[in-house]
Design a protein around this ligand. Structure first.
Ligand code: HEM
Length: 471
């Protein structure tokens, strides 16, 4: 597998070729293995809006730089999130069972809505997230990582994707959403298949079915006046804004889909960078780079969400060649390409302190859970580095294996070695996180903070999920 060959120059301002012939395919294993070279080729050939294909015969535009992406995100009258306007799909040229549709076809949730409708659908999510007790998240993350590390600490080696990042985020999301361990395992596998296009339509159907069961369970509790468990699902089900069960299911689909995969992939990519990129490793070792810098560096250079979401042009010629009904994907990974000309003082390209990336999106739809994702990722990496002396990877950056996803950057595995730890000891980072969150250790456990069942659900319900206003 090698990077793309040099591309011939192209005449500017051409519309998307209807069959996509001759375009770079984002699903090509060479492109997935060498994304930076691909983006450079595309930028050189087309500028910051390039035609690509995302499945055989499915051409779309890819926005490749920060300005272009933020401008598209901030002009909803020109670019709609409602993908029912996507011409190729509307004309029936993409089969209903196409893998990409599980990520791109319109559904009644915040991701696919604009302006007032977006506000209505987003508010229940942001309200629930605002109430989430971050001290609980910090404490619980610390407990889960200690348990996971203890499972492999004596071995002297581990696969950090399969044994650490994925089980950590799976456990956290399962608890936040109030799912049983069995549902959590099934659900995260389904989410991965949706992101990767691996029998994605079936996975989406199964995910919707699973979530409808969880929602029906909460609704039964509500209807019979019993107290709801303290979780995000209960908050959504009892929120006044969502109009139908379908909206609840689809809001859960996007929130779980946006939460599980990217968070696990951010952690694994950041750890991989810290172990395989000599400049990053050196900057971390001498203290010049701190963990928040590492996370933001990873979000810029190797964001978990690479080419997503999709927006549809509402009129012709917003940019030369673009027609109404064309789909554009936000190339979040391309937008973080190092630009040495703009940062001549940082020849290593680390840009420590630069937090201006678009890894969490931009504009009104920017990820509402950034603080939660960063908190979990920070604790996961701090604890790992503190608990496992000699942590290292034998792999070079080019040896790392990534899953074949058009929309995500996800390591398949991350084999590491370290000095085997035979006695369980409290890791220094645990003490640090306990110090940073002094109330955490003393906080009542999640289950202990229950609702008052006699109150009507929509406004007065104070879920244990919610921060207590009086504190
Ligand atoms: C490192 C982890 C994460 C990354 C990189 C990430 C990134 C993103 C991106 C790029 C978007 C799309 C922005 C746009 O449409 O322009 C998004 C949206 C969203 N994310 Fe995240 N996310 C992460 C974690 C989470 C978590 C943990 C949750 C929830 C628990 C979450 C919930 C959402 C929701 C609900 C949306 C839709 C927002 C809207 O359309 O208004 N994300 N996220």
């Amino acid at each position: 597998m090698s990077p793309l060959p040099p591309l011939p120059p192209t005449p500017p301002d051409q519309p998307l070729p209807s069959d996509g012939q001759g375009l770079v395919a984002l699903y090509d294993p060479g492109v997935i293995a060498y994304p930076e070279q691909t983006y450079e080729h595309l930028l050189a050939r087309y500028g910051s809006l390039a035609p690509v294909v995302i499945a055989p015969g499915v051409p779309v535009w890819l926005a490749l730089d920060f300005q272009r992406i933020t401008s598209i995100c901030r002009t909803p009258h020109l670019w709609t999130r409602d993908t029912r306007a996507w011409r190729l799909w509307a004309e029936g040229r993409i089969g209903d069972q196409a893998e990409i549709l599980a990520m791109l076809s319109w559904r009644p949730n915040l991701l696919f809505a604009e302006e007032a409708e977006h506000g209505r659908l987003r508010r229940p999510v942001t309200d629930a997230l605002k109430g989430l007790d971050v001290k609980w998240v910090a404490a619980r993350t610390g407990q889960v990582v200690q348990r996971l590390i203890a499972e492999f600490a004596a071995d002297g080696h581990a696969d950090l994707v399969g044994q650490y990042c994925r089980p950590l985020v799976r456990t956290m999301m399962g608890e936040l959403f109030g799912l049983t361990p069995d549902s959590t395992r099934r659900l995260t596998d389904l989410v991965t298949r949706i992101w990767d296009g691996a029998d994605a339509p079936t996975a989406l159907g199964n995910l919707e079915h699973l979530l409808s069961g969880v929602i029906a369970d909460r609704q039964r509790l509500l209807a019979t006046g019993r107290r709801l468990p303290a979780d995000f699902t209960s908050a959504l089900v009892s929120a006044p804004g969502l109009g139908s069960v379908e909206e609840m299911i689809q809001t859960m689909v996007v929130t779980i889909g946006a939460g599980c995969e990217p968070t696990a992939n951010l952690i694994s990519s950041a750890v991989a960078l810290s172990l395989t990129d000599p400049a990053v490793a050196a900057a971390l070792a001498d203290g010049e780079m701190q963990l928040p810098d590492l996370l933001h560096f990873t979000l810029r250079q190797q964001p978990p969400i690479t080419h997503y979401p999709g927006l549809v042009a509402t009129r012709d010629n917003i940019y030369p060649g673009v027609r109404a009904g064309d789909l554009v994907l936000l190339g979040l990974a391309a937008a973080g390409l190092p630009t040495p000309a703009l940062h001549p003082m940082d020849p290593r390209g680390l840009h420590i302190g630069n937090r201006s990336g678009v890894g969490f999106g931009a504009g009104d739809h920017a990820c509402p859970a950034q603080h939660i994702a960063l908190l979990i990722a920070h604790i996961a990496i701090a604890e790992l580095r503190a608990a496992l002396p000699g942590l290292s990877s034998q792999q070079r950056p080019q040896d790392l294996r990534h899953r074949q996803s058009v929309f995500a950057r996800a390591l398949m595995d991350l084999p590491v070695t370290f000095t085997a730890q035979h006695a369980q000891r409290p890791a220094p980072a645990s003490r640090t996180s306990a110090r940073q969150h002094p109330a955490t250790a003393a906080s009542p456990p999640w289950q202990a903070r229950r609702t008052t069942p006699s109150r009507p659900p929509s406004r007065l319900l104070r879920l244990p999920f919610m921060r207590r206003r009086s504190r």
